[in-house]
Design a protein around this ligand. Structure first.
Ligand code: THG
Length: 269
């Protein structure tokens, strides 16, 4: 399971405040914590108004790279900002994201020629975000094939099938799983990623839903999630799911995490 740490995001009020105040220590502490918690990539999103996003993102990238070598996942809705941000980044990371909207593919895909950068592809286009699995698969296929034309192999692509909130679309997870399975059948080397909290929007006890979603999505073939790597219950769910799927030989990783106090009740092994 590839973990993309979600905490360096200006949409989180305390982080937005730290970015506005250019509070280096706050951001660097977060970056180090996510790294220690085992994040494979750090999502960096300024999440501010369009006019000031570039300055904020530039500062964020420089600030984070001062303290950690964990590769970054550059997160912006603006492909031109992603293009400019890429030149500041020291080692190949993930572009979050391209999609069928506007000129995103035309701007992002040429940037990935002849390097090791990866890209998240969202299953949406100028007609919006489809809820049904079949349309998600169709859009993903179209984007994957366009990417191939730019020399981007399947193993550098993460598709995010944009799960809906289950309070609005009752079949939300089932549609997501249909998309995961369909995309993996047609493009076996493509990876699947997702945020974990969109599904529970509008529901009480959101984390219960998020954890059940994570376990079922993993079983369906999801490879990665954008999540809080320090969330003990979420980590426990991942490790338990990997045990149950027969992916953790002799349950070693689960037992090791337990002995290290990383899962289960805090301070009571
Ligand atoms: N797909 C892709 N990119 C994305 C998302 C996605 N980028 C942004 C977002 N969704 C993922 N990032 C976040 C960041 C923070 C929170 C949710 C998603 C969040 N944080 C709260 C906090 O930190 O205070 C609560 C955390 C918690 O309770 O665990 O809600 O879907 N491609």
């Amino acid at each position: 399971m590839i973990v993309i740490g979600e905490k360096i995001n200006g949409a989180i009020p305390a982080v937005g405040k730290a970015i506005a105040e250019r509070n280096k220590v706050f951001i660097q502490t977060l970056a180090l914590k996510e790294t220690e918690d085992g994040a494979d990539y750090l999502d960096v999103c300024a999440g501010t108004d369009v006019g000031v996003e570039w300055d904020a993102l530039k500062w964020l990238i420089e600030t984070v790279q001062e303290v950690t070598e964990t590769p970054l996942c550059l997160d912006s809705p603006n492909p031109h900002i992603l293009e400019a941000a890429m030149s500041l980044v020291k080692r190949p990371g993930i572009m979050n994201s391209a999609s069928g909207e506007g000129d995103k593919c035309k701007v992002i895909f040429p940037l990935l020629r002849d390097n090791e950068w990866k890209v998240i592809l969202l299953t949406c286009n100028d007609n919006g975000i489809p809820a049904d699995g079949k349309s998600k698969i169709e859009i993903a296929g179209c984007l994957i094939e366009t990417a191939e034309g730019y020399g981007i192999d399947q193993d550098r692509i993460y598709v995010d099938p944009l799960v809906m909130s289950v309070s609005t679309v009752n079949s939300s997870m089932l549609d997501f799983i249909e998309a995961v399975k369909g995309i993996k059948t047609q493009y076996p080397d493509v990876k699947i990623t997702s945020g974990l909290s969109n599904i529970s929007y509008g529901m009480p006890c959101r984390k219960l839903i998020n954890k059940a979603f994570l376990a079922m999505a993993l079983q369906a073939g999801m490879d990665s999630a954008i999540m809080d790597p320090g969330d003990r219950e979420m980590l426990g769910t991942i490790l338990a799911a990997e045990v149950l799927m027969g992916q953790d030989k002799y349950c070693r990783r689960y037992n090791r995490a337990y002995r290290a106090g990383k899962i289960g009740k805090k301070n009571s092994k």
